[in-house]
Design a protein around this ligand. Structure first.
Ligand SMILES: *Cc1c(COP(=O)(O)O)cnc(C)c1O
Length: 465
């Protein structure tokens, strides 16, 4: 299987190279040249199997011919072994045909652990096989940095540098990054905001000389291996609820369109999905796009579900590529410069609406849902999950269709907003208690490209002496 760029200007790569490269050199995103399939008999045979078995069935189809079954199995087992629940992503019923898929039992209590734990091990394996090292520099507003720090800790072929805005991430999120003691994880507290962090990372990426010297690699949500790893839990939930004989709908709290794209790919692979509900907070670019056909980035408005405070949904490009009939020229023309937004054509919008619907929830509505769910079921859900639940309640699905809302974070990650909603403070899991009491380690740095570059050059083991 080859991976091609959505903008048509990059050499096709195999799975391993696409995983190490992240963003395609022409600015596009890698997608498989054709989606692999899981036929009904295969799906049937996977029903009831452990999560790891399903993950292997999915990933082996994307990495065919590049990584052996044993290699994939070893990395998947180790990655999912970091999860504190034996089902890995347990499904909880909250009402007739209403379910929550708990994706937050990993080390940093958010859904990003599923993909990041897998990706870190795959990258480390691929690099080690090639006798190479890499440097990852990433900007975070919280959850991505925490998930990456835990996943990449101690990986021998990789140094990880995380840039976060000093004083602007939550206590829990900062501690999840800064309490990692392994010396290949470097946390940099940047005197600026998240946009400054992102600007610095982008500048380093396009600096050819620097990029090559430190062998820079990317792990943000556009990395195809992350999307692939997320497909598994759609299978897990749907098969548990009667697929392939029954269709299931999913409500997905989304920002970058990464999580929900995995559901779309699961559908393309043969999983019978009734509907994918895009759930946004007040940063509702995706909800507006589905309603009007016009994708128009606005200004980010901070919300109580901060991991979805995004105005440019990078992974949406992959869907547009398919909707356009895989017309790379048309994607490039419309998406290369997003400052003025772009339009979906009428056929593209109609096609999108056959599978997707959408809903939005502002902070007040989110707070209300947290209170209602607690009153109805005794369950305490986090703000991101509540955004998903609101959209799930309002979605129109055929009678008898199970609706699964993806629960992307543990409520203890956002305790204040959760308490404001249901009047109870979520209990702190043991993993979090540890993080809250361990010593922190972080380097303060100016919001300046050269200052960050100097630190990376000094510390990265990928830099040739
Ligand atoms: C990252 C994140 C999301 C959004 O995921 P996307 O892949 O950007 O759609 C939702 N909830 C939580 C808790 C997250 O950390």
């Amino acid at each position: 299987m080859q991976y091609i760029s959505t903008r048509g200007g990059a050499e096709p790569l195999g799975f391993c190279d696409a995983t190490l490269t992240g963003l395609a050199p022409d600015g596009g995103l890698f997608v498989p040249d054709a989606y692999p399939t899981l036929d009904p008999a295969t799906l049937q045979s996977l029903a009831g199997q452990p999560f790891e078995t399903m993950a292997h069935a999915v990933l082996s189809r994307f990495a065919a011919g590049e990584l052996t079954d044993d290699e994939l199995k070893a990395d998947i087992d180790a990655a999912m072994g970091t999860f504190a629940h034996p089902a890995r992503t347990p499904l909880v019923q909250i009402g007739p045909n209403q379910f929550i898929l708990e994706l937050f039992h990993g080390p940093t209590l958010a859904f990003k652990d599923v993909a990041m734990q897998t990706l870190a091990r795959l990258m480390d394996r691929i690099l080690s096989q090639r006798g190479r090292r890499a440097t990852i520099v990433t900007a975070t507003s919280g959850d991505t940095g925490a998930a990456a720090a835990d996943a990449f800790r101690g990986r021998s072929a990789i140094d990880l540098f995380i840039l976060y805005p000093d004083g602007r991430v939550s206590d829990v999120q900062r501690r999840q990054m800064t309490t990692i003691a392994d010396d290949n994880v470097h946390t940099l507290a940047v005197a600026g905001d998240f946009d400054d962090c992102q600007r610095i990372v982008k500048a380093l990426f396009v600096d050819r000389e620097f990029n090559e010297r430190v062998a820079m690699s990317g792990v943000n949500s556009i990395n195809w291996a992350r999307v692939a790893a997320q497909i598994t839990y759609y299978l897990f939930a749907a098969l548990t609820l009667g697929a392939p004989h029954r269709k299931v709908a999913f409500s997905v709290p989304t920002g970058n369109f990464g999580d929900i794209l995995a559901g779309y790919v699961a559908h393309k692979m043969g999983l019978p999905v009734e509907q994918l509900i895009i759930a946004t907070n007040q940063n509702d670019i995706l909800d507006r796009t589905l309603k009007t056909g016009r994708y128009m980035p606005g200004r980010v408005s901070p919300s109580t579900s901060p991991s979805m405070d995004i105005q440019v949904s990078s992974n949406f490009e992959r869907l547009v590529f398919d909707l356009s009939g895989r017309n790379a020229a048309s994607v490039k023309e419309r998406l290369a410069d997003l400052s003025g937004g772009f339009e979906l054509t009428a056929p593209e919008l109609a096609e999108m609406r056959t599978l997707f619907s959408s809903g939005r929830s502002d902070d007040e509505e989110t707070r209300k849902v947290i209170g209602e769910i607690y009153a109805e079921t005794g369950l305490i859900v986090d703000t991101h999950t509540a955004v998903g639940l609101k959209a799930a309640r309002e979605a129109k699905v055929p009678d008898g269709t199970p609706v699964v809302t993806l629960s992307t974070a543990h409520p203890a990650k956002f305790p204040d907003a959760v308490e404001a909603g249901c009047g109870r403070r979520p209990e702190q899991p043991e993993r979090l208690a540890e993080v809250m009491s361990s010593p922190e380690r972080s380097t303060r740095v100016a919001a300046d490209v050269k200052a960050v570059a100097d630190i990376v050059l000094e510390r990265s083991r990928a830099v040739a002496a």
